[in-house]
Write a protein that binds this ligand. Structure first.
Ligand code: ATP
Ligand code: MG
Length: 286
């Protein structure tokens, strides 16, 4: 990652989009302290996350949650669903009795649209969409205030995907959760997000309100992404391979080799600058 910075407000969704390997999951895991960064800082409600320990660390672990791409790996295959649902509540026990926790897990199950009969099943007895809903319920049992959804539905088929995303959105809005929604699919991201940040090779190359980014993408890479899902003139943005020259590739724009507009200025790495209202782009040619 290279100079990645952003803010997510309560109840807001920031969509992080970019191709495979661009560093989306790395950003998410680093924010939650799952990967130590070589430098940089993360704040949750004004308090530093990565250096927290003891009680504060446990508090952050409850309030900042993540849902991963592969739902089946998030649940212990040997635990029945109700055991998986109770587990985080037992760890972060917030002065509630086991009976209260059982009631809460039933309520959560209702919120995500599963019934009591699912409680006594094992993960392999549920479908992918059902498992991802259980994962969502499990995360919600801790009343998180910040949630990362890292490609939460990319393993599901389209209709189930829409169902899970609707539940996620409803629950997020009802509880005012700040959401970092990660996907390589800009269409899904645009449906879910208030703002969108586009990542390319470890750098945020553009960030803007969702509608603005989809209607007026400025960075050549964002334009390529948006074009793939819209009926923009195909000829306006072309993938062009510019011959490598003998220059220092480490300091030039990451998109240099692919950019149809690359010029001498692009031999220096651009940083995000304001290119419109709440619209930031890392490109010299705008
Ligand atoms: N633990 C690790 N150690 C070293 N390199 C890693 C590690 N995890 C990921 N990477 C590398 O970091 C880069 C970014 O990976 P990351 O998983 O963040 O991408 P991504 O944008 O989430 O991709 P995808 O859309 O496929 O999930 C990749 O080049 C990857 O190989
Ligand atoms: Mg990823």
């Amino acid at each position: 990652m290279d100079g990645v910075g952003f803010t997510v407000k309560p109840g807001e969704t920031l969509g992080l989009v970019g191709e495979s390997g661009s560093g989306k999951s790395t950003v998410a895991r680093t924010m939650l302290g799952l990967i130590p960064p070589s430098s940089g800082r993360v704040f949750f409600q004004g308090q530093e996350v990565l250096t927290a320990n003891g009680r504060m660390k446990k508090e952050f672990c409850g309030k900042m949650q993540i849902i991963f791409q592969h739902p089946e790996s998030a649940l212990n295959p040997r635990m029945k669903i109700y055991e998986s649902l109770l587990e985080p509540m037992l760890i972060h026990r917030q002065n509630s009795s086991r009976e209260e926790m059982k009631i809460k897990s039933r309520e959560l199950l209702q919120q995500i649209g599963l019934s009591e009969e699912h409680l006594t099943r094992y993960p392999h007895e549920l479908s992918g969409g059902q498992i991802q809903r259980v994962v969502l319920a499990r995360v919600l049992s801790l009343s998180p205030q910040f949630l990362v959804a890292d490609e939460p539905t990319s393993m599901l088929d389209a209709s189930v995907q829409a169902q899970v995303l609707r539940i996620l959105k409803r629950i997020q809005l009802e509880n005012g959760i700040g959401l970092l929604f990660i996907s390589h699919d800009i269409e899904v991201v645009s449906c879910m997000s208030d703002r969108i940040a586009v990542m390319y090779k470890g750098q945020i190359v553009e960030s803007a309100p969702a509608e603005e980014l989809c209607q007026n993408p400025l960075h050549p890479y964002s334009r390529l992404l948006v074009e793939a899902f819209s009926s923009l003139e195909k000829s306006s943005v072309k993938q062009v391979w510019v011959e490598d020259e003998k220059i220092d590739t480490a300091s030039r724009c990451h998109y240099y080799s692919h950019c149809p507009h690359a010029g001498p200025a692009c031999r220096q790495r651009p940083v995000l600058r304001e290119t419109g209202a709440e619209h930031y782009t890392a490109c010299w040619l705008l």
